[in-house]
Ligand binder design. Structure first.
Ligand code: IPE
Ligand code: IPE
Ligand code: MG
Length: 244
């Protein structure tokens, strides 16, 4: 007789977790440090969460790194954030690739500085055949723009005759979003106590479970992720149906 281990009884982790990494500025302010120090520690937390996601066997991890609205911040802070993105891609690509991570970017990242665009293209190309965790990084991402752009592409296809009106359904529409080929998130986590989506995955998070946590992003650890997953396991996902 085999006695099942506690792990064997543990429910499957969510397939796709998306995180709104918020609170870097407040973390720095509480310590009398410049905001950039919070963003630097935020990258450390990000690294830890990617490792934890791999260990837990999560298939997709999407991280909101820079929104289409974050351009409203002072230019020095925008520069700091872009600098950290550069550094992350330069320093981490080799290890991520070695660990079998597949990297995808969503958002209008092609409008970033040319050297960052090259780093992103290189990261996506290098890791495209990997079969481990898919790490989706949202940069210059905003759902409204993504949905408008999808509508525009569909309108062009209909007007040039390559698509008929009848072909427009949820599946066709989703295939024109940046997340084409990526399953919808099961769990969306936002840190820092704010309870809003800030233009993140508005279409895709249609039936996601939302978990808002008070922890500031730089303090987010593997145990915070486990806590969010535990909360997720206590939810009943009904998708509009009655209780089973
Ligand atoms: C999240 O932290 C990082 C980004 C939005 C890029 P914030 O910089 O928003 O931190 P707070 O919300 O000001 O504390
Ligand atoms: C959302 O955080 C964007 C990212 C985490 C990249 P913000 O700090 O920009 O959101 P708001 O302004 O509080 O809604
Ligand atoms: Mg914020």
């Amino acid at each position: 007789m085999t006695i099942p281990s506690p792990e064997a009884d543990a429910p499957e982790p969510p397939r796709h977790i998306a995180i709104i990494m918020d609170g870097n500025g407040r973390w720095a302010k509480a310590r009398g440090l410049p905001r950039v120090a919070g963003h630097q520690r935020g990258v450390d937390a990000l690294r830890g969460v990617v490792e934890a996601g791999q260990e837990m066997g999560i298939d997709y991890l999407t991280l909101y790194a820079f929104s289409s609205e974050n351009w409203k911040r002072p230019p020095t802070e925008v520069d700091d954030l872009m600098g950290l993105l550069r550094l992350y891609l330069r320093r981490e690509l080799r290890d991520l690739h070695r660990n079998g991570v597949r990297i995808r970017f969503i958002g209008e990242w092609r409008r970033l500085a040319p050297d960052i665009v090259k780093l992103i293209e290189d990261a996506e190309r290098t890791t495209s055949d990997n079969s481990g965790l898919t790490l989706v990084i949202a940069v210059n991402y905003g759902s409204h723009r993504e949905i408008v752009e999808a509508s525009r592409q569909i309108a062009v296809a209909v007007s040039d005759g390559s698509m008929s009106l009848d072909e427009i359904d949820e599946t066709t529409f989703a295939s024109h979003l940046h997340t084409d080929g990526i399953p919808d998130p099961d769990l969306v986590i936002r840190t820092s106590g704010e309870q809003r989506l800030s233009n993140f995955l508005l279409w895709q998070a249609c039936y996601a479970e939302l978990v808002f946590m008070d922890v500031l992003w730089p303090d987010f650890t593997k145990s915070s992720l486990e806590q969010a997953i535990d909360e997720y396991h206590h939810r009943e996902r009904r998708y509009g149906a009655t209780r089973s």
